[in-house]
Design a binder for this molecule. Structure first.
Ligand code: GLA
Length: 386
């Protein structure tokens, strides 16, 4: 899609509804700096928002009816309260919109009928949270249009419920939190149990650094089923260990906990989660001390843990990480749920192009489809556009 994303949403609205939108609301995609598969274990994550955004242009519509158009699709989707109240009735991309209506109605809010037009620069299926972006932008629009009494710190949980219970994907709270609560120039340190956040300064620009995001373009390999099975195995392990969640296993007790588990696969899953939580805490400590470059080895260790213990990487992402490190990145890791998606590399800003070229060359050598690359700085969360 070409042109500014907010302009595309407005143009789509005018063309589809022959009217002016009442407003436009934006929500970004995200990458996770570190802390993978820790969110649903009540642990810690450290994501930041991307400059790529989804924009919803919207205006009030007939009571109890929602019409939504997306540039992904020629035809708009229309649904009423009956369909919104029954998870699964609306499917495809529009399920994320119906899910938000459902989640708001489920907590007793009087969601206004609306017409919506959606445009997005967040690529779908790349692990950059295009789904949390659409959920959060729609949520922001409906809250404003209806004058709903819903403080933003409640938005992530509602958007997550839309995804878990309406769309049917058993994800954690990280993506929606990042998309809603992130602040420009900061990474969002989130305790997924208490939902407390701390904005950690992550001013890459001032340090002459950048994060290179590599889209591995790896074909989807049963990501949904694998995600759900990792989650189940963590929950089973927590039950065996007699804790509410794996977050309750302190690093110092890891060996003792592993000794109480009777299969090697579960031991590796637990080791990933416990060590990953510690790596988030260590990364936060380094960032607080202004030692951004020194976080590199933690990022790379996180990748090794996802590859060897949690077993969620694929050859394309491993290749991207190895090539980025060989080309001088301070650290590199896969980001997001796994089985493809994106890799991030912490690099000197001046070296980003060289590292990207090295990854592309390694891909060509292995016969993989060319990767996408993008240099990013931390952006802000969901908001209404002026
Ligand atoms: C996906 C999910 C998140 C989180 C990550 C893995 O992005 O949506 O909730 O579990 O995977 O860290």
């Amino acid at each position: 899609m070409s042109g500014d994303v907010a302009d595309r949403a407005t143009a789509g609205f005018r063309q589809r509804y022959d009217a002016e939108p009442a407003g436009r609301w934006a929500a970004p995609g995200r990458v996770n700096l570190i802390g993978e598969h820790t969110d649903y274990n009540d642990g810690f994550v450290l994501p930041f928002a991307l400059p790529l955004r989804t924009v919803v242009a919207a205006a009030p519509g007939p009571d109890g009816r929602w019409t939504v158009w997306s540039e992904l699709d020629d035809e708009p989707v229309e649904f009423g309260a009956v369909e919104a109240d029954e998870p699964g009735r609306v499917d495809g991309w529009a399920a994320y919109v119906a899910g938000v209506v459902w989640a708001l109605r489920a907590v007793g809010l009087d969601v206004p009928g609306a017409r919506l037009a959606i445009a997005s620069d967040v690529p779908v299926g790349s692990g950059l949270s295009s789904s949390a972006a659409i959920e959060s932008a729609v949520l922001a629009a409906l809250v404003d249009l209806g004058g709903l009494d819903l403080p933003t710190d409640r938005w992530p949980r509602l958007a997550q419920r839309a995804e878990n219970d309406y769309v049917g994907a058993p994800t954690g709270i990280m993506d929606q939190s990042a998309v809603v609560r992130a602040r420009e120039g900061h990474a969002l340190f989130l305790d997924c149990r208490t939902e407390e956040v701390e904005q950690i300064p992550f001013d890459l620009d001032a340090d002459g650094l950048a994060v290179l995001v590599v889209d591995s373009r790896a074909p989807h390999r049963h990501a949904d089923g694998e995600y759900a099975s990792r989650r189940k195995s963590c929950e089973r392990a927590a039950a065996t260990l007699g804790v509410a969640a794996l977050r309750d296993v302190p690093t110092a007790d890891l060996d003792a906990a592993l000794a109480r588990l009777d299969d090697d696969e579960t031991r590796r899953r637990v080791r990933h989660v416990v060590t990953e939580n510690q790596r988030v805490l260590d990364t936060v400590a380094l960032l607080r001390a202004g030692r951004v470059r020194d976080t590199g080895p933690l990022l790379t260790a996180s990748h090794a843990s996802m590859r060897d213990d949690f077993e969620i990487t694929v050859p394309e992402v491993d290749t991207a990480v190895e090539a980025a490190l060989a080309a001088g990145a301070y650290g590199a890791r896969m980001t997001g749920g796994g089985f493809g998606g994106c890799v991030l590399a912490l690099v000197d800003a001046g070296a980003a192009e060289r590292v990207a070229a090295a990854v592309a060359a390694a891909y060509a050598e292995r016969g993989f489809a060319a990767p996408g690359t993008l240099t990013v700085l931390p952006a802000g969360g969901a908001h209404r556009l002026p």
